[in-house]
Ligand binder design. Structure first.
Ligand code: ITT
Length: 198
């Protein structure tokens, strides 16, 4: 069975392949396809955006497609950046620029008297078959925002996210440790159960 990984984020590709250790699946990724359609993520929710991405790639390749839409919600920032996590500091923002903006915004909120550093990662995953059948699942990981970035593993906001119960940031955990506790790990393991029962 072929499944298209409907993402251009290399961090996600490697995590999804590790978490869903399917020996019988041939993954189709942006890394081995010369043509890859651009998908406009104009949904209002993680579920809408994940469905848009999986649907577009499934139609393009005529195969089932798996998408993840995810992000970081920070309590003191009224749950921003949320669905805008990838482009928080601008349309072509790097992970470093997004982290700098988030820490700046949180520092300003602290100066206004906000004390919470509570945050959560959310992931919504959708598997979309040609013809339109879908299954989906949600995962989350609760934690707090560090005062400065630490660690080199992972991607995105991992260097500033400390999962509850850990003294280390997500970027200081090995990939295997992250996958066990992450929002994406939970969502994909639940999706796998739905898949087996479907
Ligand atoms: P695709 O849409 O091509 O999958 P993307 O990176 O644009 O790639 P999203 O729109 O879902 O994906 O945005 C997710 C962003 O949320 C991601 O770029 C990170 O900034 C952040 N994020 C999500 N999961 C994360 C994780 O496990 N660790 C750190 N940051 C994460």
């Amino acid at each position: 069975m072929k499944i298209v990984l409907a993402t251009s984020n290399r961090g996600k590709i490697s995590e999804i392949k590790d978490i869903l250790d399917f020996s019988s699946v041939e993954w189709v990724t942006i890394e081995d396809q010369p043509e890859w359609p651009e998908v406009v993520e104009d949904g209002q929710t993680f579920l809408e955006n994940a469905t848009l991405k999986a649907g577009a790639l499934s139609q393009f390749f005529g195969e089932p497609a798996l998408a993840d839409d995810s992000g970081l919600e920070v309590e003191a920032l009224e749950n921003r950046p949320g669905i805008k996590s990838a482009r928080f500091a601008g349309p072509k923002a790097t992970d470093e620029e997004n982290i700098t903006k988030l820490l700046d915004d949180l520092n300003k909120a602290t100066l206004r008297g906000e004390r919470s550093r509570v945050a959560r990662f959310l992931s919504v995953v959708v598997l979309y078959w040609p013809g339109g059948r879908t299954i989906s699942a949600v995962g989350q990981c609760q934690g707090t925002i560090a005062t400065a970035p630490r660690g080199t593993f992972g991607f995105g906001y991992d260097p500033i996210f400390i999962p509850n119960g850990y003294g280390r940031t997500m970027a200081e955990l090995s990939p295997a440790e992250k996958n066990k506790l992450s929002h994406r790990g939970s969502a994909l393991r639940e999706l796998h159960q739905h898949f087996k029962n479907s």
